[in-house]
Design a protein. Sequence first.
Length: 224
Amino acid sequence: MAGALLAGCGTARGDQEDHRDRKGVQDDLRIARAEVTQAGSARIDATMDTGGRLRTRSGGTLDWTDGVRGTLTVRVTGGELAASTRALGGDPSQTRYLPDAYYTRMSDRFARLQKGRHWIRHPYDTQSDLGPAGCLKTLVETGDAYRVAAETVRGARTTHYRGTAGEQRIDVWVDARHLLVRRTQRAGDFTSTVHYRDYGARAAAERPPARDTLDLADVRPADG
């Protein structure tokens, strides 16, 4: 609703003023992208909701100075698939991010179906920018991002920006230091929200043993 109201105000101001405002937004987002990239790491708290099927909450520290590295603890918080996810994935479970892929730790029940292996290796899409600056880059490239409002997020004064990329809506909240405080992405019934704090915090992740790891493509079905 807020987006529709702001778009209407932009039309009323005239195309030239609206163009200047959009360019100002792009400049703001470019600055934020540079600051987030330079900061290099942060503690994060994240939630994910797949429209009632599964809800999770994650927390940990990520570093994106040279690829992505860090460890997150993931808890299942609800949804129709909660019981089966806990049985196969454990609760809490752990995800480790390394520059080549991210690795998810599964339960002993899962390992019994996978020749004793607990960790799944998920290769990255090589075209993806996996750090939080990636969403800011996307908003700049769409060219349709706009300011929503000044808002307070977890005690921090921020500016809220919104844009779309394909079928995905992206909202970001940037503080006075030009650092990302919150990011929300929505596509259909999928919603992901990430809060960032303590920029510069140290992140670490140990590579799981090869003998206890299998690639995602090699995972056997549960009934196999």
